[in-house]
Design a protein around this ligand. Structure first.
Ligand code: UDP
Length: 235
């Protein structure tokens, strides 16, 4: 196997499946099964989940809600998704812990780095909810931050495209996919991998990122076992 401890980033939108809003139970079950394959191989897995299927802070300002309030609402949305994912994983018999960046004792543990690492060492899947716990950040930034904190080997960004392209493949048929690319080239070519805060955190801490298609069956397992899947971004 290539990686021992991974941080998987899943966007909230991915949980919608074909719906326009909310959580698609079939999609959730599929993800749980894909994650189970990785757990079965003894790989330690932490997950950061987004909240865009329920709420985004940016939306708030349009409806007269201030940005910080909106961001707090967005962070709560990620906890809702985290709870749904936790239940789906538990239905597959996987041990999990949900840890929040914002204290909410009645619902889940608060993020404590040492405790998170201990859970991973015991083979539990750890889901990090509420992003970084701070407004003006994204869950991509939370993924980078948590991955560095728990000393993950890599951030795996599960998306609906199978890697990083020279241009948007949904708009430009001539776009080509990179199998590997350096942080510097991503920056210089202005390619879209993660927001700059998230991207810079990875770059400055020498934490590789793999962008891959999470909706293709078995992709996650193949990637973790060392097959060439998606695009690897590294030094
Ligand atoms: N958010 C935040 N701080 C964080 C992470 C998230 O304020 O550290 C808020 C922000 O408003 C964001 C929302 O939570 O729009 C949902 O997260 P995100 O948009 O990153 O989810 P995704 O696009 O991955 O579904």
């Amino acid at each position: 196997m290539k990686y021992k401890r991974i941080l998987l980033k899943l966007s909230g939108e991915a949980l919608m499946g074909d719906q326009k809003f909310g959580i698609d139970s079939e999609r959730l079950e599929t993800y749980a099964l894909e994650i189970q394959k990785v757990v079965e191989n003894g790989i330690q897995i932490a997950i950061v989940i987004g909240g865009g299927n329920i709420y985004r802070g940016i939306q708030a300002e349009k409806s007269g809600i201030d940005r910080v309030q909106g961001d707090h609402m967005g962070m709560l949305a990620t906890v809702i998704n985290g709870m749904a994912l936790q239940s789906a994983l538990e239905s597959q018999g996987i041990y999990t812990r949900l840890m929040s960046g914002i204290k909410m004792d009645q619902i889940c543990e608060t993020f404590i780095r040492r405790r998170a690492v201990r859970h991973l060492e015991k083979g539990r899947v750890v889901i990090f909810g509420a992003g970084t716990g701070n407004p003006y950040f994204t869950t991509d930034s939370a993924a980078s931050l948590r991955a560095i904190e728990i000393e993950a080997d890599v951030v795996l960004k599960g998306t609906r495209v199978d890697g990083v392209y020279s241009a948007d493949p949904e708009k430009n048929p001539d776009a080509t996919r990179f199998t590997t690319i350096s942080f510097k080239d991503v920056y210089q070519k202005g390619l879209n991998v993660m927001d700059m805060t998230a991207f810079t955190l990875c770059k400055e801490n020498d934490l590789p990122i793999v962008v891959f298609d999470m909706n293709k069956p078995d992709n996650l397992r193949r990637l973790v076992m060392g097959e060439k899947v998606g695009t690897l971004i590294s030094m």
